[in-house]
Ligand binder design. Structure first.
Ligand code: DC
Length: 227
């Protein structure tokens, strides 16, 4: 049973590379609402499981790790990126690698792990409101959210955005390999039996292909202001 919670939530679900992270942060800033980056939580658990040398297929051990790991989001206070601190250690950059993304995707397919992370995510719902960025925010975690967006973009465009990001960081990647990885991850995220990636029935679908960040932010804000 869902109890009524008056704190508004805007859920922003969609595949990686759809621009969700950027849009979610900008919308949260404009509204003055809190932000939940649920992908960072899955990445943090994948990373923590790696530190403990766990077998990523061992659902029980990874779920225990998910429950025990302390994950904090710290605002650096200088306008820079939110720091992700895992059991007291800053892992902001470590959880953003392709390897960490693959580990996150693997452990996110385990129902036991998803269950262990529900309360951690619900705890982000605080006044005056929450922007929740993820895959199952509107379908599973905040089904009662008054505002739901499903953000997409073509695989080619998503691969290109990722390519530019990684190149800017000086990493040696190819567009073709990124496109291949994106397609594989999409297929895995969409076909898993628990919380598959899909738009909630009551979500507004926005395709960000060929649209500027500002235009997408405005489209999302318009939904909230319309009420
Ligand atoms: O959004 P991201 O790339 O940081 O997410 C990392 C992985 O975690 C991705 O494979 C999907 C998974 N994930 C999930 O299953 N559910 C969420 N709510 C958020 C992310």
């Amino acid at each position: 049973m869902t109890t009524f919670d008056p704190v508004p939530v805007l859920t922003l679900d969609g595949p990686s590379g759809s621009g969700k992270g950027t849009i979610a942060r900008a919308v949260a800033d404009r509204l003055g609402w809190h932000l939940l980056d649920s992908g960072a939580i899955y990445r943090a658990v994948g990373y923590a499981a790696g530190l403990r040398d766990l077998d990523l297929d061992d659902a029980e051990a990874v779920a225990r790790c998910a429950a025990e790991t302390r994950i904090e989001f710290r605002d650096p206070g200088d306008g820079g990126d939110t720091r992700v601190v895992i059991d007291g250690i800053d892992a902001t950059d470590a959880i953003r690698t392709e390897t960490a993304g693959a580990a996150a995707s693997a452990i996110a397919a385990l129902p036991e792990v998803r269950k262990a992370l529900v309360d951690k995510q619900l705890a982000f719902r605080a006044a005056p409101g929450l922007v929740a960025d993820g895959r199952d925010m509107g379908t599973v975690i905040f089904p009662d959210a008054p505002f739901k967006v499903f953000l997409t973009a073509s695989p080619a465009e998503r691969a290109e955005r990722r390519y530019k990001q990684l190149k800017a960081k000086g990493l040696d990647v190819t567009l073709a390999s990124l496109l291949h990885e994106i397609e594989l991850r999409d297929a895995r995220d969409a076909s898993r039996t628990v919380a598959p990636l899909r738009a909630a029935a009551d979500a507004v679908v926005i395709d960000s292909s060929g649209r500027s960040i500002a235009a997408v932010v405005d489209a999302v804000l318009a939904l909230v202001h319309k009420g």
